[in-house]
Design a binder for this molecule. Structure first.
Ligand code: AMP
Ligand code: MG
Length: 362
């Protein structure tokens, strides 16, 4: 199929004539059961009508995604929530007031009108209200309920720019709306409100501290940072080897000087064996690395920048056919918890912790 790519610029919630035409056309595509990729403040989404089981099937096919992995339903107005969930607990209203529209997804018991195809067979439904004006404009013109996973092929990093959406989805979907780069660069925080206390199933830029500040106690799914907790993650999608670059990625933790030594010594050995070696570093240490491809996530002082740059760098390493990748490690608190969750998944939990006494090359 031919995929139409259209640039849609928004100034606040108002659109140019051309943007308005494109949004209307995209809304019609959704209502007719077609698929449209669109920008959000987190990553690009791959949208279909959330109340149409055929649209959900098409989304799974376009992504090559297992159909037991449920989709998040995106809405644009608070009054639309009650039609798709069986009940709205008080906590949801508190969270919506604090974080919607924005990068927070909540899990509710689903209403009958939401097909099982959308929820991956579950009796619960995940709902988010994005803040990106293009996403909101599309949802409002596309029937109000847009099921949208990230617009990448299953197993690849989520797309943070339209060129990555085109790379993965050209020829597989009806339309792509180009709305520039995502502001956040990591997927939304997911909170399950069907359990008490509410539980974080996927960390994101709405952090545990931010949730606890408005809700009181919030628990966290143990599988989020542990390699082998012996439990299945409660968000079905978290069990898949996600976000993975094609090269073997290892995260190196420890004192900065030891980390750079270790990476340089092991990278040199890998290169002798014919590997193309990449390093994911930060501005503070970048000049000290020796490897085929060295990239910075930005300054360690700027966690939001690190989050925003991570997926683009993982994709670039694939394009450059890097076969061994070493990455610095980050503090797993605040936004760092989401960064480390994605990085650990990309690394298949390969993490080496050096202490001050370790010798490089050991
Ligand atoms: P993506 O849309 O690619 O960001 O992935 C959606 C994520 O939300 C996956 O990890 C899903 O497993 C998770 N999710 C969606 N709906 C539910 C639900 N009803 N219960 C638990 N997790 C969900
Ligand atoms: Mg995804």
């Amino acid at each position: 199929m031919d995929t139409k790519v259209v640039t849609v610029q928004a100034r606040g919630e108002t659109f140019s004539y051309e943007a308005e035409q494109a949004l209307r056309e995209a809304g019609e595509v959704l209502r007719a059961g077609g698929l449209v990729a669109f920008p959000t403040e987190t990553v690009y989404g791959l949208g279909g009508d959330a109340l149409n089981p055929e649209s959900a099937r098409k989304i799974y096919a376009a992504k090559g995604r297992p159909s037991d992995n449920p989709l998040i339903v995106h809405i644009a107005r608070m009054e639309d929530l009650k039609a798709i969930v069986r009940q709205v607990p008080g906590e949801a209203l508190v969270l919506a007031r604090a974080f919607w529209p924005g990068p927070l997804t909540m899990i509710f018991p689903k209403a009958d009108c939401v097909p099982r195809e959308t929820t991956g067979g579950l009796e619960t439904v995940a709902v988010r209200m994005p803040s990106h004006p293009v996403a909101r404009g599309l949802i409002l013109r596309g029937g109000g309920y847009v099921a949208a996973p990230s617009a990448n092929l299953s197993g690849r990093p989520s797309p943070t720019a339209v060129r990555y959406v085109i790379e993965d989805m050209d020829g597989r979907i009806d339309m792509i709306l180009d709305g520039g780069e995502g502001e956040i660069g990591l997927e939304s925080t997911i909170v399950d409100l069907t359990v008490s206390p509410p539980q974080i199933l996927r960390p994101g830029s709405v952090t545990r501290d931010m949730l606890e500040a408005v809700l009181g106690q919030v628990s966290i799914d143990r599988t989020i940072l542990e390699a082998d907790s012996g439990q299945a993650p409660r968000a079905p999608g978290m069990k898949y080897r996600h976000y993975a670059p094609q090269g073997e990625l290892t995260i190196i933790a420890g004192p900065a000087a030891r980390v750079t030594d270790y990476i340089n010594v092991h990278g040199a050995k890998d290169r002798e064996q014919g590997h193309k070696v990449g390093v994911i570093g930060t501005d503070e240490a970048l000049a000290q690395y020796r490897a085929d491809v060295v990239r910075s996530l930005g300054s360690r002082q700027d966690e939001a920048g690190i989050a925003r740059h991570l997926y683009g760098i993982l994709r670039e390493f694939d394009d450059l056919q890097v076969t061994r990748i070493y990455s610095e490690c980050f503090e797993a608190s605040g936004l760092g918890q989401a960064i480390m969750n994605r990085l650990l998944k990309a690394a298949g939990h390969r993490l080496i912790v050096l202490d001050a006494a370790d010798q490089a090359g050991e």
